[in-house]
Design a protein around this ligand. Sequence first.
Ligand code: FES
Length: 69
Amino acid sequence: MEGLAGEEPRVVRLVRGGPALVEGPVRIVAEDGEEVESDRFVVAICRCRRSERYPLCDTGHRRPRRDPR
Ligand code: FES
């Protein structure tokens, strides 16, 4: 299977209860239009929305959730 540019498709790995791991470099466009770039070899994209560095994962998904009162 080939991508648009004739390259292999980019691999995205979903971590159970955690981020989506994407081969970098990437440019992420958030819902509000903010763009975040990362040139890391693998970029962890937050799926839980608990990251203080959203849309990038800061491992906040590992912290216990606050008890909603
Ligand atoms: S997935 Fe890691 S902080 Fe959200």
